[in-house]
Design a protein around this ligand. Structure first.
Ligand SMILES: Cc1ncc(COP(=O)(O)O)c(C=O)c1O
Length: 293
């Protein structure tokens, strides 16, 4: 991988104690993965590192990926493509050709945007839809939505291996489940991972994480759970409880996590600690990056 690029990455990321009475007797260590790189922060780099390496090993010159109009992942792929010498194609959900600063920035980085109506987008992994994309954009290397593939696992293992203090559990936000799956797979014995789903009623996530474990490890794991209670209304929605939590957090700490992912994970952690879930334990909370926007 390009040495100049890798030298720009802030790795390992800091693991810093969060002193806040809100978390009771639980000691919270924030893993500041948001600081890895402004354009490819947090779980984006962790999940894409080995995918991009694989694309290069296979001689691909184009990365093609998928996302909503506000996808952090699409922006990160555009930035990586520009820096590492790949053409990039972003297949964006929605026929109305939305644009916003994030998509404009992706285009400035050389990404070709291609819009798919919602019905076709839902079928984006079907052979006919993929074949049409390959016809149009050449034999591009396909990076699935969110970058969740078995190739995300080694990057997430590197994240876990950076934890250099004793801990009992890890808490992270869950979108597609790839980050949680990779973290759980890398945890040493006796530690557990708790994912906070940012989606409303996304019960299928549990089966998807288990399926990832079966495909990568050959067996399921019992060291993780997903808590579905802190979606705050659904993806990218917010409610009064989240707003109050983030405002208080910002007043106390001088910065606030994003409301889309990390804010919900930390809100969940605070409620769980309030219920005595982590009494006397040390929890690593993953600041997986800035939110969509
Ligand atoms: C900042 C941030 N945190 C967490 C997640 C959730 O990760 P995953 O989709 O692997 O569950 C995402 C989604 O891409 C994200 O952008």
């Amino acid at each position: 991988m390009d040495r100049v690029w890798e030298a720009e990455l802030r790795l390992p990321t800091p693991l810093v104690e969060l002193r806040d009475p809100l978390f009771g007797t639980c000691r919270v260590l924030l893993k500041r993965d948001d600081l890895i790189h402004p354009d490819v922060p947090g779980n984006k780099w962790r999940k894409l590192k080995y995918l991009v390496r694989d694309a290069r090993d296979r001689g691909a010159d184009t990365l093609l990926t998928f996302g909503g109009a506000r996808s952090n992942h699409v922006r990160a792929v555009a930035a990586l493509g520009e820096r590492l010498g790949f053409r990039t194609v972003g297949v964006i959900r929605g026929e109305e050709r939305p644009t916003n600063p994030g998509l404009r920035r992706a285009q400035e980085r050389g990404m070709t945007l291609h819009y798919l109506d919602r019905a076709t987008y839902r079928r984006k992994s079907d052979p006919d839809v993929l074949a049409a994309l390959h016809d149009r954009f050449g034999g591009a290397y396909v990076v699935p939505e969110g970058g969740t593939t078995p190739l995300a696992f080694p990057g997430l293992a590197e994240l876990v291996n950076e934890f250099d203090r004793p801990y009992d559990a890890v808490v992270c936000a869950v979108g597609t489940g790839g980050t949680l799956a990779g973290i759980a797979a890398a945890l040493p014995a006796g530690r557990r991972a708790i994912g906070i789903s940012v989606l409303r009623g996304a019960w299928s996530l549990d089966a998807e994480v288990a399926a990832l474990h079966r495909s990568v490890l050959g067996h399921p794991l019992d060291n993780w759970t997903i808590d579905h209670r802190f979606h705050c209304g659904g993806f990218a929605r917010r409610d009064a409880r989240l707003d109050t939590f983030l405002a208080r957090f910002g007043d106390r700490h001088g910065w606030a996590p994003d409301p889309v992912y990390v804010g919900k994970a930390l809100l969940g952690l605070s409620v769980l600690t309030g219920a005595g879930e982590f009494d006397g334990e040390t929890v690593v909370a993953i600041v997986s990056g800035p939110g969509a926007g």
